[in-house]
Design a protein around this ligand. Structure first.
Ligand code: NCD
Length: 328
């Protein structure tokens, strides 16, 4: 693995499977009464969030704490960023505090890459979502959820699985990271959206594109619904919300046309009534809440592999490690 995690495209199949397998070990820790490992004791993880977040920020915080790292949460609102401080000066401040890893979410595509390549900081950089570009840990937790729910075991990838990603592809870093990672893992990806919400250049992406949701549902192993990202829209991309929901929303009737084993996914936050009805969101086939749980295991695995390195996370075999801090 590289020192940073900026793009899902940087991961080889073996890197990705290693992260998924390590996350399985981490998930075992979450099932214990004391959910803590000493692995990153004495290390400092900074969560640098320039954009709103619920799930991703608390997930990285929980992950770092479960590995016993010290965690500093930095949100741009209420910091010197609102006084005009640059990314560079913010980064130099974090470096001066001795950050071993910086988890960054930023409204500008490319900000994590800048941080990783600038030389301003010495630690690892993890992209927690940059503009409309990428969100690699989301794609990893999605793949982890698919592998578990579709019955693929540890060590395996998603070969031959058919995954459909539906909605606001144009503004979605989740879609872009998923296309990279899922194809690396051997899955076949189909994007479904109104033509106005399909990015220019999508022909170069390793996936199919369809404008007809009903045509692809019956051959999908997982259907991932995306939020319509109004905060990134500066124009009208579809006539009305009602029309969008009718053509591209997932309701109970459409869900019934999916194969019996197929799952519905959503990264959150959901717009209930828009891309997904409450009936679907609350059905046992929808993995949205499970995805959040799995996100902690994935982020533990990523932080562990980037920072901790080469010793096993848990002692092999027993599942109860001597290195586990049962008393903490
Ligand atoms: C996504 C994001 O922020 O890119 N959410 C998340 O991280 N769970 C998707 C979204 O905002 O719609």
């Amino acid at each position: 693995m590289k020192r940073h995690l900026i793009s899902a495209a940087d991961l080889t199949r073996d890197d990705a499977v290693l992260i998924l397998d390590t996350a399985e070990e981490m998930a075992r820790v979450a099932d214990r009464p004391i959910k803590k490992l000493p692995t990153l004791r004495g290390r400092t993880v900074v969560n640098l969030f320039f954009e709103d977040s619920t799930r991703t920020r608390i997930s990285f915080e929980a992950a770092a704490k479960r590995l016993s790292a010290d965690v500093i949460n930095f949100s741009a609102k209420g910091s010197s960023v609102s006084k005009g401080e640059s990314l560079k000066d913010t980064a130099l401040t974090l470096e001066a505090m001795g950050a071993d890893a910086v988890v960054i979410r930023h409204h500008d595509s490319g900000a994590p890459h800048r941080l990783a390549t600038s030389g301003w900081i010495g630690g690892s950089v993890v992209n927690a979502g940059d503009g409309t570009h990428e969100h690699p840990t989301q794609a990893l937790l999605d793949a982890f959820t698919m592998r578990r729910r579709l019955g693929e075991g540890v060590g395996s990838d998603l070969s031959g699985r058919r995954i459909t990603v539906v909605g606001d592809i144009l503004h979605s870093r989740v879609a872009r990271s998923n296309v990279h990672l899922l194809t690396t893992l051997g899955a076949e990806v189909t994007l479904v959206a109104p033509p106005t919400l399909v990015p220019i250049g999508v022909q170069q992406w390793p996936c199919e594109v369809s404008y007809d949701l009903d045509a692809v549902l019956a051959k999908s192993d997982a259907v991932m619904m995306l939020r319509v990202q109004r905060e990134r829209m500066n124009a009208a991309f579809f006539p009305t919300e009602r029309e969008y929901a009718r053509r591209y929303g997932l309701d109970g009737e459409r869900m019934a046309r999916m194969p019996e084993h197929a799952i519905v996914m959503h990264p959150g936050p959901m717009n209930r009534g828009m891309e997904i009805t409450a009936e679907v969101a609350d059905s046992p086939r929808c993995t949205a809440v499970e995805q959040v749980t799995n996100g902690v295991s994935i982020r533990m695995a990523v932080l562990y592999l980037l920072l901790g390195g080469n010793e096993p996370a848990l002692t092999a075999g027993t599942g109860t490690s001597t290195r586990t801090e049962e008393s903490k």
